[in-house]
Design a protein around this ligand. Structure first.
Ligand code: ADP
Length: 497
């Protein structure tokens, strides 16, 4: 590994931080308590800015604004075409400001700037255009009745939606939730992650410049147990959508049910298998398995974090996976060509190092990496373990870091059983040249997404979500849309009574 000078002397971002307050009813305001909290640069651990800290009282204010914008209009009362046009204008503005937005995202999160600017922000733009396109195509059905009745369904928005997002893809997950919620005519109170509050504030300002009426989209920065919990328990919130850990997902569901039984969409953790079959082209399999695990510093809920490799190609695969990890460009995320930046914060950094130690102590073979890179910030050397056994913590727990665990298998029935032996069920990768093998695995794996000879394909129309403890419901595409709509059956006699 080359500890680039850039790690020790971080590149200075080229923008100012303009928005740090809460966004309530179309205005930036201080929190009711006047409190703020720092957000940190993961490259150095130093403060970037102080951000207003929302709490229960601020959630109340935001919910009241969203309630008014829903009940009295203008949002659900506008034509769907008008809503669509505002969303499209926002997408245009966002595209125009890609550089600033990507800079904020990298600064606050540590992800490579090129990844933010060339992959993620364009996907966010695309998602808003996709859902803007749906806004005026939402309609119900008519159906036959047994007797002389006219029966139809109306697809209506829930009302006030509470959206809670994590720090690993701040804007991408913003678009997965805010896009469909608004397209359907709901209003929104968004609680961002305390680690990455900056980009959502910036783009939500752009949304208002695009013509979004006040109160339709409110953004609260703050912590989970205070602001997040207040949103989940609120009696005036009609629907929740949460992305985060499975442990917090359970708490969120509990609060939703013990308050007003609001429905909840949950997108939670994973320990996704990436299965390299005996007929695989090893070089290609190594590259894809590497990408499946290391993308975004390994901080993906769907990371291919159990690399199962058939015994006939296992030794060659391990050797090449190690070589690929050694080549990974780790460094300042603002530097051109950087593939991997720092982990999000000290807590995650320490947690990952602890898992690495448990892998070593548990008897897995550390092929490469296993420690901090440099001495500042939260950089971790790309780490590869071979000889991993199913019951080791590195094979059972979501590490959320650049740690690849390689396991050996003999036959398909065995790998199916082992791949499914987890409480998670988010995604799986299958690498094979055999259609029959791909079909067998696809049908047997208990997961929400199977990527065959590809990974992390996130087009707007592809539904995403988990089986088992990886979540409830689906986001993106037409399935994501339906989770923001209520169905109302309307029945009337054909003749005057
Ligand atoms: P992680 O930080 O590991 O992604 P979390 O599930 O803790 O996972 O965080 C995801 C989001 O959930 C963040 O916005 C966080 O503030 C929020 N959150 C954490 N705890 C709670 C809670 N008790 N109630 C509501 N939201 C919470």
């Amino acid at each position: 590994f080359s500890t680039s000078a850039a790690i020790d002397e971080p590149i200075k971002p080229s923008i100012q931080i303009d928005h740090t307050q809460l966004l309530i009813n179309g205005k930036f305001v201080n929190s009711a308590s006047g409190k703020t909290f720092p957000t940190y640069d993961p490259r150095t651990g130093e403060e970037i800015a102080h951000v207003a800290e929302g709490d229960a009282e601020d959630i109340d204010r935001a919910v009241a604004a969203a309630r008014k914008a829903f009940d009295e209009g203008p949002w659900p009362k506008m034509t769907a075409y008008e809503r669509s046009r505002i969303m499209l204008r926002f997408a245009d503005l966002l595209e125009k400001h890609t550089e600033e937005v990507a800079t904020l995202e990298t600064w606050d999160n540590g992800k490579p700037y090129e990844q933010a600017a060339n992959i993620e922000i364009p996907k966010v733009v695309r998602m808003f255009r996709y859902y803007a396109g749906w806004a005026d195509k939402i309609h119900g059905l008519t159906m036959p009745a047994d007797r002389e009745y006219h029966v139809q369904t109306l697809h209506e928005p829930y009302g006030v939606t509470g959206l809670i997002i994590p720090w690993n893809f701040p804007l991408l997950l913003y678009s997965w939730k805010v896009g469909p919620a608004l397209a359907c005519g709901n209003t929104v109170v968004l609680k961002t992650s305390e680690q990455t509050p900056l980009s959502a504030l910036y783009v939500s300002k752009l949304f208002h410049e695009a013509g979004l009426p006040p109160g339709v989209l409110n953004v609260i920065s703050g912590f989970g147990p205070t602001a997040g919990a207040a949103l989940c328990s609120h009696m005036n919130v009609d629907k929740l959508s949460f992305t985060g850990s499975s442990a917090t997902g359970k708490v969120v569901l509990g609060m939703a049910s013990s308050s007003n039984l609001k429905p909840v969409t949950l997108e939670l953790g994973g320990k996704s298998p990436f299965i390299v079959c005996k007929d695989a082209d090893v070089d290609k399999a190594v590259d894809l398995a590497h990408f499946a695990l290391f993308f975004n510093q390994g901080q993906c809920c769907c990371a291919g974090s159990r690399t199962f490799v058939h015994e006939s190609v296992y030794d060659e695969f391990v050797e090449k996976a190690k070589a690929r990890a050694l080549k990974r460009a780790v460094g300042d995320p603002f530097k051109k060509g950087t593939e991997q930046g720092p982990q999000i914060d000290n807590a995650q950094f320490q947690k990952i190092l602890k898992y690495i130690r448990s892998g070593i102590e548990g008897g897995a073979t550390l092929e490469t990496g296993g420690e901090q890179l440099g001495s500042t910030g939260y950089y971790i050397k790309p780490t590869v373990f071979s000889n991993v056994k199913d019951d080791m913590l590195i094979a059972t727990d979501e590490i959320f870091g650049p740690v690849q665990s390689i396991l050996k298998f003999k036959d398909l029935d065995e790998v199916i059983q082992r791949a499914n032996a987890t409480s998670y069920g988010l995604a799986a990768g299958v690498f094979t040249q055999s259609l029959e093998t791909a079909n067998t695995l696809t049908r047997a794996l208990r997961v929400g997404t199977v990527w065959i000879n590809c990974y992390d394909i996130f087009d707007a129309a592809i539904p995403f979500g988990g089986f088992k403890m990886s979540g409830h419901g689906r986001e993106k595409g037409i399935y994501g849309l339906s989770s923001y709509l209520q169905i109302k059956a309307v029945v009337s006699p054909l003749k005057n009574p």
